[in-house]
Design a protein around this ligand. Sequence first.
Ligand code: CA
Length: 520
Amino acid sequence: MKRMHKTLPYLGIVGLLPLPACVPGEKATGQDADSPNVIYVFPDQMRNSAMGFWSNEPYASHIHYKGDPVITPNLDKFAGEAVVFSSAYSNTPISSPHRGSLFTGMYPNKSGVPLNVNSSRPFNTLPIDAVTISDVFSQNGYNCAYIGKYHLDCPTPNDPDNPGQYVEGRNPVWDAYTPPEKRHGFDFWYSYGTFDVHKKPHYWDTKGKRHEIREWSPKHEVDIAVEYLINRNGQRDSSKPFFMMMSMNPPHHPYRSLNDCMEEDYNLYKDKTLGELLIRDNADTTIQKATSAPYYFAQVTGVDREFGRLLSVLDSLGLADNTIVVFASDHGDTMTSQGVSDAKNSPYTEATAIPFMVRYPGKLEPRVTDLLLSSPDIMPTLIGLSGLGDKIPSSVQGENYADYLLTGNPSSPLPQSALYIRNLDGDKDENGKVTNYFPEIRGVKTADYTLALSIDRKSKSLKQTYFYHDAKDPYQLNNLSLTDYPEEAAFLLEQLAQLLEKVEDPWYEEKILQEIVPYN
Ligand code: CA
């Protein structure tokens, strides 16, 4: 397939770089230690607390909240081999904006994806000329594979089987077929836009052929990934290193029946009471959604098993030592907390805190780090860890923490806060299509506090404050007044002002709430 990129000024000598030496008949890939393979696995809606090891030391003392009572033996073992982040945050905790940041290293106001992608928001899509993480790897000698949910490409009427039609009948349309010219360097493709039927998933492959599957999606996706690793059908050039992204939809709604998870996993939780599963001070076991808890945890345990299967194949192929493996998520899930029905898209820690673990054998010493990691930092950090730090596009707003992770010594001061962002639909045109976004909430998360401010759509005056002392109140039950901790509130507002200026956010550009936020 021919890639159709525009000129990429950031990358200078793209395409002229020496590739790893190709040894005919060589079985494994990426034998050049400077070119590790990279596998990035990200289930969609996985709370950071939904990993068993958080209940034990040395992990438990790094988080204020409790680990969930969930069974994840493979993630627990992986944690012992990886750098485990206690404080990785999805700045805009819904799918597409997080993914836009993950792909471009930019905040949603710059990435092109400030809102969740669907056909009612045609302006909101990963730009074809964005320089993404996969573009950088592809242009530097990597084979790139994408497997699973994509949700970055605004649906258009481009169904390969029904030209001129959308691939589904919903309105607005959520699911999408992504044609080759919009795949950003991924030369192997097995993906869909958004589709939440976990045991009847479908995918479009590299050539645009649709596959209807009758199997739990994470299991099928790992089968596809295993075939890619084995390279049974020549899916990749075995003389090149590979970059593989794998987006599993579960854990993700629906999580209410055996249609959503594997029975063997559900059986581990079905006899437990909701009180035994929802062990947090803020969990409401009386609302309808609480009954989803055993299914959610069953999805997590199933994801754990499939992730473990992927790792064991990587090991058996002799690829593990030269492969960076990341386990992460889009965002969390509040799971009946805070009385909110929306499981994500809120400033609460349970929505913003994500799993983030990186394993790089012989290079990264396994440990827990409290580094505040933001979504846009992931792209430059992974490129940096792969030895391509000088290829990070100048458009990137995130930080490259590769040196810090490799050496333990920061080359510049570490961040004291991570930004929180919630955008809503803005204006609509005469056809009802959204034409821009409204920046409703901005906030910061630090090691010990969360502070977020929402504004009224018309007056842009303060509507609500969210202020929590997370160290003392990890379940965010007590919404404080700014005057309860005036010094801390002042520091947080200063952090907010600096971050909004740094990322050139609309709040900074318009000086929104300047009577509260101390902009320069
Ligand atoms: Ca998501």
